[in-house]
Design a protein around this ligand. Structure first.
Ligand code: GDP
Length: 434
């Protein structure tokens, strides 16, 4: 099947110094020749005047990447343009006029890279995470994933399962020879147990991998007027870099993403959780509420002179924080602060950094960073658990069947076999041009 040639801006929308437009597919060479007047040497930045209908659109750098040694595996090219909107628009119009060229769908370049075997599904997800990464730890985790950490891990398990499958088939073929079957069975049992143990260990660590992607959730709770919003603002405004704030109302952020010691932390302001008629705000509040309910850490605030015992339902850790210490000493909590004078804030931030590092440091080695991974591993694990009983009953046909099931679950994890809807869901998350 002859694929279309696709094109899209690969850099962000809006005005910028340089904008990148990428092209991939069979007629890329023609498109470059037509617009740039010639096809430059492979992988060398070459300055050229871009033309359409005898008009010069821009003087730009042109890069030509013949397949298969390109990101997508197809013939592809890049125009590095001056970043004005009109320049980009004119070049996109020129490309649209080339027969066989059409604008790309979101994630379509990456999908082609995947289909051409340039990336496995774990790496595709790593690439998506790398584009979204906001903190150092997230960047490192995403890069490991892009480097194929998940694929390598799965490959080792798969080899052991295929070896076990060969043994199960041997036990079927030589069913009459008891000594041989016993030897096969012992080896098979050891292989399956080893794989099962490694999957269980990864599933145990999985929480950390997921949290590293999403940020550690820290909820700020306490009675009205305890100083929740003020503390959030003080934390967000002082020692820590705000990565992004999601507005609840036009004035108050509900959640603030911070980078603490390189780790992602999401502060949730439960004071911002109010009743509202606005549908968008309601959705934001519902999310913040759910996130607060499952927070990793709850800061329970009360004024220093008015102690209040923590009143929150959470499976996470609770720290009491005595606020407004400038108004006079009273009963202290785990931490005592004044958002007004700044007293105690450094200590609180340092404690939060230690908490984040303890909770997340292991997550960087985790290969399971998404729900999809957990689902596949659980399916593989369920097959392996059944094998124990089947082996006991000497039913090696069923053992072989379940080993194939486990191998298929692992293959689905890296996309060696994948249903179209799983692939669709993954690639739709990308922006156009990726
Ligand atoms: P929330 O309802 O828990 O979010 O509480 P707010 O952050 O809105 O604070 C309630 C009131 O306490 C406001 O008038 C704040 O200015 C005041 N307040 C908050 N923190 C401090 C503090 O450290 N010192 C003093 N003196 N007043 C504070």
């Amino acid at each position: 099947m002859q694929l279309d040639t696709i094109f899209a801006p690969a850099s962000g929308a809006g005005r910028s110094a340089v904008a990148v437009v990428r092209i991939s597919g069979p007629v890329t060479r023609d498109a470059v020749a037509r617009i740039a007047g010639r096809v430059p040497a492979p992988r060398q930045a070459t300055l050229a005047a871009l033309r359409h209908d005898d008009t010069v659109l821009d003087r730009a750098l042109v890069l030509w990447f013949p397949g298969p040694a390109s990101f997508t595996g197809e013939d592809s090219a890049e125009f590095q343009l001056h970043g004005g909107r009109a320049v980009v628009a004119a070049v996109l119009r020129a490309l649209a006029a080339v027969p066989g060229c059409r604008p790309a769908e979101p994630g379509e370049f990456t999908r082609r890279a995947f289909l051409n075997g340039k990336l496995d599904l774990g790496a595709v997800e790593g690439l998506a995470d790398l584009i979204d990464a906001q903190t150092e730890a997230q960047r490192r985790q995403a890069l490991r994933q892009l480097d194929g950490a998940l694929g390598r891990w799965v490959e080792i398990l798969r080899e052991d399962l295929l070896a076990a499958l060969a043994l199960a088939e041997g036990a079927i073929d030589f069913a009459d020879e008891d000594a041989l079957v016993a030897a096969f069975e012992a080896e098979l049992e050891a292989l399956v147990a080893g794989v099962s143990r490694r999957i269980a260990a990864e599933l145990d660590r999985e929480g950390r991998g997921l949290r590293l992607r999403d940020g550690l959730a820290v909820a700020i709770a306490g009675p009205p007027n305890a100083g929740k919003s003020t503390l959030l603002n003080a934390l967000a405004g002082r020692e820590v870099a705000i990565v992004s704030a999601q507005a609840g109302t036009t004035r108050d952020p509900l959640t603030v993403d911070l980078e603490l010691g390189g780790y992602p932390v999401q502060l949730i302001d439960t004071a911002g959780l109010r009743d509202t008629d606005d549908a968008v705000e309601r959705e934001g509040i519902a999310r913040a509420r759910a996130r607060a309910a499952s927070a990793d850490l709850v800061l329970w605030l009360h004024p220093a002179d008015r102690p209040a015992a923590p009143d929150v339902a959470t499976a996470g850790t609770v720290w009491t924080v005595a606020t407004k210490s400038d108004l006079g000493a009273g009963q202290g909590g785990d931490h005592t602060v004044s958002a007004l004078t700044g007293s105690g804030l450094d200590g609180l931030v340092a404690a939060l950094e230690r908490f984040a590092a303890d909770a997340l440091v292991d997550g960087e080695g985790a290969v399971v960073t998404r729900l999809r991974h957990r689902t596949a591993l659980n399916a593989a694990q369920a097959s392996l658990v059944r094998i124990g009983a089947e082996r006991g009953a000497r039913d090696f046909e069923l053992v072989a069947e379940d080993l194939r099931g486990a191998v298929a679950a692992l293959a689905g994890l890296v996309g060696q076999i994948g249903t179209e809807d799983v692939l669709g869901a993954i690639f739709a998350r990308f922006c156009i041009g990726k």
